[in-house]
Design a protein around this ligand. Structure first.
Ligand code: ADP
Ligand code: MG
Length: 259
């Protein structure tokens, strides 16, 4: 990661107002460079998921601009658009909700490959390889989501995200529904995949202790606004904003620095 590399993702003064006038994301500017992990942290309701949806182009900003690899992610249509879209992927908080319960796990990944244009005869081998990449026995591809554990399901969701060869994966609280041991294993997997594939992550969590395990840089969101940002190590050692200090104190179970 060098300073001269163009960012993959750029949010420039982005605001999102919901119809009732509520401002969920308020004038946020941030970037994610190739190969890096930007941790986005803030308590529940601070606008993290709204920001993820803006970055994915699922909703349009009320003001400001979003660019992924130079394109508006909300306007990636046609063949060229799909090729760019393939580079931007998502891992959700609840894979059980995002995986069709009647489709076998392998079929979910196969479907992503089909959409991506991988020829039919190549897909079974690629599905098996993707399962191996996320640490799953390819035999599990035959199981339905109901027959897999939360950790296994999250690995399937990651395999599906990898199917299109992404450069940036947006992870919205990917481990918060998992028990601590499984959570640590999934975080380890994400780190290994980053090393192996050069992935960038926008890694979202309400839990600074989780973000701490893999973020290179951190942005702290409160009521939709950025209250602090910087290199991860300086955020941990010298948080400037009282809100960050309180989050950090909560994450380390130490008495709050505010008192
Ligand atoms: P977080 O992911 O940090 O918990 P969200 O982005 O989900 O925060 O929500 C931020 C704010 O926007 C909250 O006040 C939430 O109630 C509001 N909000 C989220 N989605 C919608 C929506 N579709 N319509 C109206 N308000 C919403
Ligand atoms: Mg959320």
């Amino acid at each position: 990661m060098t300073d001269s590399q163009d960012p993959l993702l750029i949010l420039d003064h982005v605001t999102k107002r919901y119809p009732r006038g509520q401002v969920a994301v308020d004038d946020v500017t941030l970037t994610v460079a190739p190969g890096e992990t930007l941790g986005l942290v803030g308590e529940s309701g601070s606008g993290k998921s709204t920001l993820a949806r803006l970055a994915l182009g699922l909703i349009a900003p009320s003001a400001g601009t979003v660019r992924f690899a130079g394109h508006d992610p909300g306007r990636l249509r046609g063949r060229a658009g799909r090729a760019v879209r393939a580079r931007l992927q998502f891992v959700p908080q609840h894979p059980r909700g995002s995986l069709n319960p009647s489709l076998r796990a392998g079929e979910a990944v196969n479907f992503a490959l089909r959409t991506h244009g991988t020829p039919r005869r190549e897909r079974p081998a690629v599905v098996a390889e993707l399962f191996r990449q996320v640490g799953l026995d390819p035999l599990l591809a035959r199981r339905h989501p109901g027959e897999l554990s939360g950790g296994q399901l999250q690995r399937v969701a990651i395999a599906r995200a990898l199917a299109t060869g992404p450069r940036l994966v947006i992870c919205d609280e990917p481990t918060s529904a998992l028990d601590p041991t499984t959570q640590a294993q999934v975080l380890q997997l994400l780190t290994e995949l980053q090393d192996r594939l050069g992935l960038a992550y926008l890694f979202i969590s309400h839990d600074l202790a989780v973000v701490r395990q893999l973020a290179h840089r951190v942005t702290v969101l409160r009521h939709g606004r950025v209250v602090e940002e910087g290199r991860a190590d300086s955020i941990w050692t010298a948080p400037q904003h009282p809100y960050t200090q309180a989050l950090l104190a909560a994450a380390t179970d130490e008495p709050s620095l505010l008192h």
